[in-house]
Design a protein around this ligand. Structure first.
Ligand SMILES: [Zn+2]
Length: 282
């Protein structure tokens, strides 16, 4: 999965620090990320920010590799990126392409950086009084200098569940989304719910099926769009008849273990759970 970067180590120690040669930069602009000609993150010495109004934000380190965000003022960002493209120094890519970078620590760095970038972007102003926020000095937070509100990074918890009945697995297809293959039932945890409540509710809402023996499988940080996905397995309880939520889904059916469509993907927890079922791990 995207977070499986062993033997590398993800280090979250927060420090207010300035970039130095060798440090890698995540340059996001709109829904794009700018990579160097080698298709990877540019290092500090490859970048020329002269003439821009830029703030550097330390993100995290993977082993000894530091990662930074460059936060350019809105007025200067367009001309900066246009110049980088013109000079053939940096090239725009969709942020979703970051999941395809290898080795896996590069994909993980990109998705995690996007999560932090999105949080910084959407909290530039205090939600209580409207003043401009500033980064915290002692831990990862944003602070309002006017009313002293503290804003911590936001993670949206969601569940994914592999509903099984002996040698059969319940799989569904989304309606009207780019994901056009069979996946597992998933959804966001609502305020006031336990993760297990969400599993029962989502399975019932999407397929009309009841479940029992809900077991934790594992979790995955997923930087686009900023989730922590909690994976569960659950057994069918009672009728296996599917009543599909056609607003959300275009198809839903039971697959025999040997017929399960296995995704060609080693990045997502969805894929890890489907592989685990096929290998008789549950
Ligand atoms: Zn405030």
């Amino acid at each position: 999965m995207i977070q499986d970067i062993y033997p590398h180590h993800f280090l979250l120690d927060y420090k207010l620090r300035s970039p130095a040669p060798g440090d890698a930069f995540l340059l996001f602009h709109g829904q794009q990320v700018f990579l160097n000609a080698g298709g990877s993150y540019p290092h500090y010495e490859e970048l020329d920010f002269s003439g821009t109004d830029v703030h550097f934000l330390f993100l995290f380190a993977i082993d000894n590799q530091n990662y930074f965000l460059a936060d350019l003022s809105d007025e200067k960002a367009n001309s900066f990126y246009a110049l980088q493209e013109q000079k053939k120094l940096l090239f725009p890519h969709s942020v979703r392409c970051l999941r395809d970078l290898r080795p896996m620590d590069l994909a993980f760095a990109g998705y995690t950086a996007w999560h932090l970038h999105s949080w910084y972007q959407s909290n530039r102003f205090c939600g209580h009084c409207g003043a401009k926020t500033v980064p915290g000095t002692d831990e990862r937070k944003l602070v309002c200098p006017a009313c002293h509100a503290e804003i911590y990074p936001r993670i949206s918890p969601c569940i994914i569940v592999a509903v099984h009945d002996g040698d059969r697995l319940l799989m569904t297809k989304y309606a009207g989304r780019p994901v056009s293959w069979f996946v597992l039932i998933a959804g966001f945890i609502e305020i006031g719910e336990t993760a297990e409540d969400t599993v029962r509710r989502e399975v019932m809402e999407e397929t009309g099926v009841r479940v029992k023996n809900i077991r934790y499988f594992g979790s995955q940080p997923w930087g686009i769009p900023g989730n922590l996905t909690l994976g569960f397995t659950a057994e069918l309880e009672g009728s296996d008849e599917i009543t599909l939520d056609t607003g959300e889904l275009s198809a839903g059916r039971w697959f025999l273990r040997e017929e399960v469509p296995v995704p060609d993907d080693d990045v997502s927890i969805t894929s890890a759970m489907i592989h685990a079922f096929v290998k008789h791990e549950f």
